[in-house]
Design a protein around this ligand. Structure first.
Ligand code: BMA
Length: 375
């Protein structure tokens, strides 16, 4: 009898192993990081967390007011997910490319984590070849920073700075704060130097793997989940063209923005819905976490956009989160940019309604999930 029970135990272990109970890409990830990964998977059956880029730093018409957030002004709650951006950390600038001081950013990250929220970080790094911004598509940049390339050492020195930043994010008990890092985002577009027309799929894959291996195994950064992040895409094959492999990825996502007239609402719903279905299928087959890594409709010019358009597209789906892009407000270029309403904005009431939907999670419901606790 004892022998049978023992055999059953072995079979169960083998089954768990072969059916691939998911593991983080970093096998030595910290306990909290592994918990976050497991808990995000469970969350897929419960709700969708809403996030916002730079939420605590500024909003439309304000900057650095302690405790303020456009999302909180409208809904009474902070977002569940906080997006931050490292562009210009690599050149030792004290502020990022959107003017956010890195020391303040670290503090905001701690606050968000302490509230039970999730942190995700993007990196619009300059071109290591030309020193110009990420949008400089000078040919050969990716080739130059790969091992053997003339700028590989420079690129490694930039990764050293990213590593130091990540390792400086600590919670109350000294534990490292888990971060969903999404390098080389929108990699199937051609507006960044790492984009589709500026390198081969093999080069991008090599770069992604090099970056991750360097941070993880050379710099011992163990608090990262890695996101593979395209822009809008047509098919599964299109989506996976530059995928670095299951061993390198935890979260899979894409970025999508509604543009133009509200007459295009139906078209946007259809595209987002279809793309999310494809993403979910890929996530199930690969045991990864699907997420909408960036979204928005600039200046939200539709009073019912949140419940009438956005929620219609996402409600049937099991994604961990959706991150709205930043509320820059009036920019120095005179353009206006914001993706969530501020108090009194046309779509503010509808955003509040959206925040009260059962399946939509802001700060309070996210905290109840205890995303960093033992699953
Ligand atoms: C873009 C815009 C820019 C910003 C960049 C990086 O989408 O918001 O104003 O500099 O992202 O955050």
């Amino acid at each position: 009898m004892k022998k049978n029970i023992y055999c059953l135990y072995i079979v169960a272990c083998l089954l768990i192993y072969t059916t691939g109970i998911a593991q983080t890409a970093d096998k030595n990830a910290t306990k909290e990081t592994q918990h976050l990964f497991a808990n995000l998977k469970t969350l897929l059956n419960k709700g969708i967390m809403v996030g916002h880029q730079d939420d605590l730093a500024y909003g439309v018409g304000w900057k650095y007011e302690a405790g303020r957030s456009d999302i909180k002004d409208v809904t009474g709650e902070y977002p569940a997910v906080y997006g931050w951006e490292l562009g210009r950390l690599e050149i030792d600038s004290p502020v990022n490319l959107d003017g956010v001081p890195f020391d303040k950013m670290k503090q905001f990250i701690k606050e968000g984590y302490q509230r039970g929220g999730v942190i995700t970080i993007s990196w619009h790094l300059n071109s290591p070849l030309t020193g110009k911004p990420a949008w400089d598509p000078s040919p050969g940049t990716v080739a130059a920073i790969l091992p053997g390339g003339e700028k590989n050492n420079l690129y490694k020195s930039w990764l050293d700075k990213v590593a130091a930043f990540m390792l400086d994010l600590k919670g109350k008990n000294g534990e490292l704060i888990p971060v969903i890092f999404r390098p080389f985002h929108e990699l199937n577009g051609s507006w960044f130097w790492w984009g589709k027309n500026h390198c081969t799929p093999e080069q991008l894959i090599q770069l992604y793997r090099f970056t991750e291996t360097y941070l993880r195994d050379i710099k011992n950064v163990q608090n990262l989940l890695y996101a593979y992040n395209t822009d809008r895409f047509a098919t599964k094959e299109d989506y996976l063209e530059r995928y670095p492999g299951d061993d390198y990825v935890d979260v899979i996502g894409f970025d999508i923005y509604q543009k133009g007239d509200i007459l295009a609402n139906d078209k946007f719903i259809a595209e987002l819905d279809k793309s999310l279905s494809t993403l979910e299928k890929i996530a199930v087959s690969k045991n990864k976490i699907p997420a909408l890594t960036e979204f928005g409709y600039n200046t939200v010019p539709d009073a019912d956009w949140w419940t009438g358009v956005f929620n219609k597209a996402i409600e049937k789906h099991g994604i961990a989160y959706a991150l709205a892009w930043r509320n820059a407000g009036q920019k120095s270029t005179n353009e206006t940019e914001y993706y969530v309403p501020y108090k009194g904005q046309l779509s503010a009431e509808d955003f509040k309604k959206f925040s009260e939907l059962k399946k939509i999670f802001f700060e309070n419901k996210a905290r109840q999930q205890k995303l960093y606790g033992n699953p």
